[in-house]
Write a protein that binds this ligand. Structure first.
Ligand code: MG
Length: 425
C-alpha cells in the first residue's frame, strides 16, 4: 500500500501516535515499584551497558538515551537500571496496534512505538474525537501507564511534528492550514525530524534560516540546496502533500550461520562469512525496496558467552558495506574502551546479523546522503547480474572488491566516523 500522491491535502486527517518513553513505561507498567522512579532500560545492566530508553522521571533528571550506565549513575545515583525485554515491548506494540485498528484499518506501524492512522478515506469520522478515544483506550485496555502523544495533520510528516510539539500540551496537537505558520514560527531548522546539523548549515547558507522560510522557499530552491529530489520532498512535507505513508509486510530480517570447529580456524573464513551475511540482507532489502534504521549483531563463542549489539542509525542504510562498517566500528570502539581482545576471533561458533525499522526506499524521508540513489543503482545492478548468471566467480569478484574497500574504510575508521551512528537503541 502506497498512499502517496502529489495532491495538496486540505483536511487534517492523518494521525501520528507516538508512545511516550515506551520501553521504560512498559517496565513501569509490569512492575509497580518502578513507577514514579527514574528508570533506565539497558540491553545489559553491567557498568558499560548502554541506556536505550529512559522513564519520564529519568529524563527530568537530565539523563539522555545512549549514555553508558556508569555515566548515567553519576548524574542520577538513584536510577534503576532494568534489562530490556524485547518480547514484552512487541507484545504491547501488538496490543496497541490492535486498538488503533478498531478505528480504521489504514494503520501503518512506523516503529515499535509509533504508528500512522490515515483517516483520509473515512470521511464520517472526526480525527480529534478519535485521537482522544485512542489515548483513553490505550490507558484503559492496554496499560494504565502507557501514555502517548497524538499529532494530527494533513500529512504524516506534519502529524509526526505535531506529535512531538504536542507532548507538552496533553499529548494532542492538530496542525492545519490555518495554524501551521504559527506552529512553525518559533521552531529552528533542527527541530524538524530529519534535519541534522549539516543540513541546517547548508539551508542557512542559502538564506533559509527557519522552518517557516523553508515552507515558503519553493521546490526548486530546496531541490538546489538538497542537491536532489529530497529537497522537493521537503517542500511537499511542509505544504500538505503526502510523501511518508508506506507499509510493507516485514518487521525485520536476519541472516545467521553456524561455524564449524574446522572452519573457524580461519579468520579469513569468518570475515567472509560476516560479509556474506551482510550481503544477504542487502540483497533482500534491495529486492523489497527498503532501508533499515536499526541493526543487530550477535556472535556466540565456544565457551558459551556471546557478543550482542543493537544500534539505531540516523541515516537509513541498505548496502552491505554500511552494515559491516557500522557493526565493525561498534565492536572496535568497544574493544578500545574495554581494552579487550578482538570480538571477531577464532572462537566464534555462530554469527547473526539482523536489520529492522525499515523505511521505504522510494521516498527517503530522513536520509541526508546525496549519493544514495547512485549507490543503490550500482548495488541493484550487481544483484541483477548475480541473479541472472548465478556465477560464483562473478559474485566473488564483486565481493572481493567490496572487501578491499571495507578493509580500507575500517583501517581509517576512527571515532569521528561514529558520529554517523546514533546510539539510541
Ligand atoms: Mg516514542
Amino acid at each position: 500500500m502506497n498512499q502517496n500522491s502529489v495532491a495538496v491535502k486540505k483536511d487534517s486527517r492523518v494521525l501520528f501516535v507516538d508512545m511516550n518513553s515506551f520501553f521504560a513505561r512498559c517496565e513501569q507498567q509490569v512492575n509497580y515499584w518502578l513507577r514514579g522512579r527514574p528508570v533506565g532500560v539497558c540491553v545489559y545492566t553491567g557498568k558499560y551497558g548502554c541506556v536505550i530508553s529512559l522513564s519520564t522521571e529519568a529524563k527530568e533528571r537530565g539523563l539522555k538515551a545512549g549514555m553508558r550506565l556508569n555515566d548515567a549513575m553519576l548524574v542520577c545515583p538513584d536510577l534503576v537500571p532494568v534489562e530490556s525485554n524485547p518480547a514484552r515491548y512487541r507484545g504491547y506494540h501488538t496490543k496497541i496496534i490492535n486498538v488503533l485498528k478498531e478505528h480504521c484499518m489504514d494503520v501503518v506501524p512506523k516503529s515499535i512505538d509509533e504508528a500512522i492512522i490515515n483517516l483520509t478515506h473515512h470521511e464520517n469520522t472526526d480525527p480529534l474525537t478519535i485521537a482522544k478515544k485512542i489515548k483513553r483506550e490505550i490507558l484503559e485496555r492496554v496499560g494504565d501507564w502507557l501514555t502517548c502523544s497524538v499529532g494530527i495533520a494533513p500529512n504524516a510528516f506534519l502529524a509526526k511534528l505535531a506529535s512531538v510539539r504536542g507532548k507538552k500540551q496533553d499529548g494532542l496537537l492538530m496542525i492545519t492550514h490555518d495554524n501551521i505558520d504559527d506552529i512553525l514560527r518559533p521552531l529552528r531548522l533542527g527541530d524538524l525530524p530529519g534535519i541534522g546539523g549539516n543540513m541546517s548549515y547548508r539551508l542557512e547558507r542559502a538564506g533559509v534560516m527557519t522552518p517557516l522560510d523553508m515552507r515558503y522557499a519553493g521546490p526548486q530552491k530546496l531541490k538546489a540546496i538538497f542537491k536532489g529530489i529530497e529537497g522537493v520532498f521537503w517542500h511537499y512535507r511542509l505544504n500538505f502533500i503526502e510523501t511518508n505513508i508506506v507499509s510493507h509486510e516485514y518487521r525485520g530480517m536476519q541472516a545467521m550461520r553456524q561455524i564449524s570447529a574446522e572452519k573457524r580456524k580461519s579468520m579469513e573464513y569468518i570475515d567472509q562469512l560476516f560479509m556474506t551475511l551482510c550481503l544477504t540482507l542487502e540483497k533482500r532489502m534491495v529486492k523489497h525496496k527498503f532501508r533499515c534504521k536499526a541493526v543487530g549483531f550477535t556472535a556466540r563463542y565456544e565457551d558459551g558467552t556471546r557478543w550482542d549489539d543493537a544500534f539505531a542509525l540516523t541515516t537509513p542504510i541498505q548496502d552491505a558495506i554500511s552494515l559491516m562498517r557500522g557493526i565493525r566500528l561498534r565492536t572496535e570502539k568497544f574493544m578500545d574502551m574495554m581494552n579487550c581482545g578482538p570480538i571477531f576471533n577464532n572462537d566464534i561458533t555462530q554469527m547473526r546479523v539482523s536489520v529492522t525499522n525499515f523505511v521505504n526506499a522510494d521516498n527517503m524521508l530522513y536520509s541526508l546522503f546525496e549519493d544514495m540513489d547512485q549507490k543503490e543503482t550500482a548495488f541493484k545492478t550487481m544483484h541483477a547480474i548475480k541473479d541472472k548468471f548465478g556465477s560464483d566467480k562473478l559474485i566473488r569478484a564483486v565481493e572481493m572488491t567490496d572487501g578491499q574497500v571495507i578493509k580500507d574504510v575500517i583501517g581509517f575508521g576512527s571515532v569521528k566516523d561514529l558520529s554517523e551512528l546514533d546510539y539510541k537503541a
